[in-house]
Design a protein around this ligand. Structure first.
Ligand code: EPU
Length: 337
């Protein structure tokens, strides 16, 4: 393991922001991880996964530990299900495809989400009606202070909408090293009702899709709306869709009758932030090299050399305008560093 100093993180964050780490090391197995954590107990540490859910607004005055633990395997199976373990540094989409090749179902709706397997539980990633919590069995995580591996079950992770224990009480205390998913081998639960999946399948005259066909449809939809970080720096949805009390929604709805909404429980309503941002006139707007994506207003983009601060300023401007216009606060989904 080589510790590098004054290390550029531009290639390690999907926003493509130039920021320097005071020092940087890559670990490829749990022994190396334990060693680095033990030897640097008095150092400030910053754990880096796929870099797909963060906005770097400054240099990182810490030892950045890049989690590059590779490997995936079948732990056990019965006639109907298979328990698959992916190590934290596996690319999420490649992991999805590897499972699809073996006809293992349950995560196909989350095809093409950027990031690594180990970071999927942190914010309970989701798309097109599926969330990681639906197939997640458990994860192994190393305690930063003791280097012991602990197991978190699905219930212990306290998953919510883009939420888990790892964003709350367990924040900065663990490094997730691997995740186990329970997937179907047959009688797959095909879920195409959300978004445009049905429409995409109909275009190809597919009435009874396989999980691979669902994945292909999701890939086509995502590619048509969401920018590829390799071509245009971004971090997926920059904001969460706000969940507001019914009264707040009803008040806004009087003035904006077209506002889409989804009921959440009895007293709350989820409003698509993308709609609010588009209606407020930000979609496709560019401020220097920072901007709002032309095809999906929930995504902020780096056209080349934007600084994290510039992107943050755009996000603050959007939040302020939305609050003034609709009385609704929208929160960032990405971690602002
Ligand atoms: N909308 C607009 N304008 C926009 C974008 C959206 O009016 O620019 C409207 C759409 O017309 C639709 C509604 O907002 O009525 C919802 O849009 P969409 O189905 O595209 O999904 P989203 O709520 O914008 C969420 C996730 C995405 C996920 C999609 C599909 C969050 C924060 N985002 O976006 O996740 O891919 O649903 O399931 O929940 C991510 O987290 O990085 C991400 C991309």
């Amino acid at each position: 393991m080589q510790i590098e100093h004054h290390f550029s993180l531009k290639k390690y964050n999907t926003f493509g922001i130039e920021a320097k780490a005071k020092s940087f090391v890559e670990v490829t197995n749990t022994n190396e991880l334990a060693q680095i954590l033990k030897e640097n107990q008095n150092e400030k540490l910053f754990i880096l996964g796929g870099g797909s859910n963060m906005l770097l607004t400054k240099d990182i005055d810490a030892l950045v530990v890049h989690i590059n633990l590779k490997g995936k395997k079948i732990l056990k199976e019965d006639d109907d299900f298979v328990w698959v373990q992916g190590n934290a540094g596996e690319n999420w989409h490649e992991f999805v495809l590897w499972n699809l090749e073996q006809n293992f179902g349950g995560i196909e709706n989350m095809s093409l989400i950027p990031g690594n397997v180990g970071t999927t539980p942190i914010q309970n990633i989701g798309a097109y009606g599926a969330e990681i919590k639906d197939t997640f069995v458990s994860c192994e995580a190393m305690r930063i202070d003791t280097q012991e591996i602990e197991i978190f079950t699905n219930a212990e992770c306290k998953f919510g909408y883009r939420e888990s224990i790892f964003k709350n009480e367990a924040k900065n205390q663990y490094v997730i090293t691997s995740v186990v998913f329970k997937l179907t081998k047959k009688n797959h639960k095909i879920n195409t009702s959300y978004g445009a999946i049905d429409m995409e399948l109909a275009k190809h005259n597919i009435a009874n899709p396989t999980i691979k066909e669902v994945s292909n449809a999701v890939i086509a939809i995502r590619q048509s709306k969401l920018p590829d970080p390799k071509e245009l720096g971004n971090s997926g949805s920059f904001f969460k869709n706000p969940i507001v009390p019914k009264e707040v929604y009803e008040k806004a709805h009087v003035q904006f009758p077209d506002m889409p909404h989804y009921t959440v429980g009895e007293n709350e309503v989820k409003v698509p932030a993308g709609w609010l941002i588009e209606q407020a006139g930000f979609k496709g707007k560019r401020f220097g090299d920072a901007g709002v994506h032309t095809l999906q207003a929930l995504v902020l983009v780096n056209y080349g050399n934007a600084t994290g601060q510039e992107i943050l300023n755009v996000s603050k401007d959007i939040q302020k305008t939305i609050l003034e216009k609709y009385g609704i606060s929208i929160e960032a989904e990405v971690n602002i560093i």
